[in-house]
Design a protein. Structure first.
Length: 184
C-alpha cells in the first residue's frame, strides 16, 4: 500500500473504502505526533492533540483539494491545532518563557554556528529546542518544519499560506535570534 499516493487513498476513501483513511493515519501518525510533541513537550497532551488532528482531517476530507499536497494540508491542520493549544496555554499563564543563559552548555563561542550544526550535537539539542520555544510562533513553526520535518521552503510556504520569500525571511530571522541566544 506504500505505492499508493495519498491522493489516491483519499479518492478510494471518498468512494467508500474505509480502510484507505486508516492507511493515511498509519502513514502519518508518528510524524504528526512528533511534530506536535516538539511544541507541547507533553506526551499525553500530544497524543490527545494528534487524535484531534486526525479527527479534524477526517471531518474535512471531503473539502480537501486533490490537486494539493495532503501532507502539507495535514501539517497545516496539525500546526493550527497545536498553536491554538499553545495560545490558550499562554493566555492562561499570561507569562512569557524567559531564556536562561545559565542553562547553555557551549564549549567555545563560534559566530558561524548554525542551528543545523547545533542539532548535530546531542548535548545541545535540548537547549536548542528550549531556545526555539522562546521565538515568536511564526519563527518556531518555520524552524520546526524546515529542520525537524525536512520540508522545503516552498512546502512550508504552501502549508502556512505565505510567500516563499516570507518563509525564508522568517527562517533567517529565527537563525539570527538563535545565534544571539548561543553567542551572548
Amino acid at each position: 500500500m506504500d505505492q499508493i499516493s495519498d491522493n489516491q487513498l483519499i479518492k478510494q476513501y471518498l468512494n467508500g473504502d474505509k480502510q484507505s483513511f486508516e492507511i493515511l493515519v498509519q502513514r502519518y501518525l508518528k510524524e504528526i505526533y512528533s511534530f506536535i510533541f516538539y511544541y507541547l513537550r507533553d506526551r499525553d497532551e500530544a497524543e490527545d492533540i494528534t487524535q484531534e488532528v486526525f479527527l479534524k482531517t477526517w471531518r474535512q476530507l471531503k473539502k480537501f483539494n486533490l490537486e494539493k499536497s495532503f501532507k502539507t494540508w495535514l501539517y497545516t491542520i496539525a500546526k493550527n491545532t497545536t498553536f491554538d493549544v499553545l495560545r490558550q496555554k499562554q493566555n492562561e499563564k499570561n507569562k512569557k518563557i524567559v531564556f536562561n543563559n545559565d542553562n547553555l552548555f557551549l564549549q567555545e563561542k563560534n559566530s558561524n554556528l548554525l542551528p543545523e550544526a547545533i542539532l548535530e550535537d546531542k548535548k545541545l539539542k535540548t537547549t536548542l529546542d528550549w531556545a526555539v520555544t522562546n521565538l515568536p510562533l511564526k519563527y518556531q513553526e518555520v524552524i520546526d518544519l524546515h529542520i525537524n520535518e525536512d520540508l522545503k521552503f516552498r512546502e512550508i510556504a504552501d502549508s502556512l499560506g505565505e510567500s516563499t520569500n516570507t518563509v525564508k525571511s522568517r527562517y533567517r530571522r529565527a537563525v539570527q535570534a538563535l545565534k544571539q541566544y548561543f553567542l551572548n
